[in-house]
Every structure is written in structure tokens, then in C-alpha cells.
Design a protein around this ligand. Sequence first.
Ligand SMILES: *Cc1c(COP(=O)(O)O)cnc(C)c1O
Length: 230
Amino acid sequence: MPTIAKNIEQVNSSICRAAEKCGRNPETVKLVAVTKTVEAERIKKAAAAGLDRFGENYIQEAREKIEALADANVSWHFIGHLQSNKAKYAVGLFDLIHSVDSLKLAKEIDRQAARHGRTQKILVQVNVGDEEQKSGVKKEAAVDLIRDIAALEHISVQGLMTMPPFFDAPEKVRPCFRKLAKLQKQIGRENIAGVEMKELSMGMTGDFEVAIAEGATLVRIGTAIFGERK
Ligand SMILES: *Cc1c(COP(=O)(O)O)cnc(C)c1O
């Protein structure tokens, strides 16, 4: 079996095992295959092997691949840092934007979504690591930001995302995942109109099993599928 197909099979069975181990239905965990630096031909192989949800970090790079895979029935997620002035490109290309962390960016996405006559689904990225980090709203500020975003007509908030600081042991990121899940529940209880707190985007190659145990619904996995990035 080709390497990519074999890797996908392994990742899928690890996801299943991690879900079952904590009493979750494996179907509640969706795989986002992270394709930054992966060329279109290899993404096509992954699509042929059954993957249908891909995550990209950079607009320009994503654009070419999305075009190359136009005939495949797949969806694209934006997982990188998004500058407000690039929102106009992101809105036409991505089904879900994981990385909204400011009202300024949300307003620009809203404006572009209105132009396209659509509602853009987004996640709010939270910095739960409490250390100096450039991306993500602080968890204390997340509810207020989400209230403000909820007032925008062409955006639908679907949940939260986090990118914890790098640790050498997956167990060390567990507290970050737990904080995000707790925040999701707190915000969910606020019943903010237009906000569906159903998705938790957390977990990568090194720690997705832990993320699943803490409630992840979207795991973003690159290396375990496509190998080390150059
Ligand atoms: C690169 C990246 C991933 C995937 O990382 P791997 O360790 O290769 O699985 C997940 N999320 C984000 C935001 C990334 O930039």
C-alpha cells in the first residue's frame, strides 16, 4: 500500500482508539489533514485514499492547491494566522476559518462574506498557554470577543481553537486542552444568539490522542500523514 494511504489508515485507527478509550463515538472526531508545504499531487493521493478535509496556513499556497483539487469533493480549512487585509481571499476559499482572534479581523471577514452573499463559519482562536504568543485571544477576553462577533450578520461562530506552546511531552499540553474545553462549556452556557459552541479544534501529530480525551472534535494532523515537512 502507498505510504500516504497507510499513514491515513494508521491515523484513523489511532483516532478511533483514542475516542473509544474515553467513551466517545469516533465519528464525533473529524480529521483535518494539514497540507502546508505538501504539493498538490500528494494531496490528491490523500483525497483518493479517502480524506476530504484539508487545512492550510497560507493563502497564496492554498489557492494554487485548491484550484488543483477543484474536481475533488473536498473542503478546505484555514488554520494559519490571518491578517485582516487577506480576509478577502480567505472568505471565498475556506469552509471554516479556525484562527479568528480579533474583532478587527472578524469585521473584515463579515464584510467580505456579505459581498459573497454567504455566511462564513469561523472558530475563535484562544491562547490558553498564558505565555507570550502572538496568536489567540486571552481566555479572559474570549467571551466578550465572541459576543461582539456574534452581532455580525455574516459570520457564524462554531467553536474554539487553540495552538498550545510546544512541549516535549503530550501530557504537558493536557491542561491547555482542558482549559479550552472548559471555556467552550462556559461560553455555551451563555446561549449567545448566533453562536454554536460545538467544535473544539485542538491536537496535532504529537498530541491528538490527549486532545481527543479532552474533547477535541477537529484534530489537525500533518506530519503523521505526509511525513516530516522540509
Ligand atoms: C502545522 C500545523 C498543524 C499540524 O502539525 P503536525 O505536527 O504536522 O501534525 C496543526 N495546526 C496548525 C495550526 C499548524 O500550523
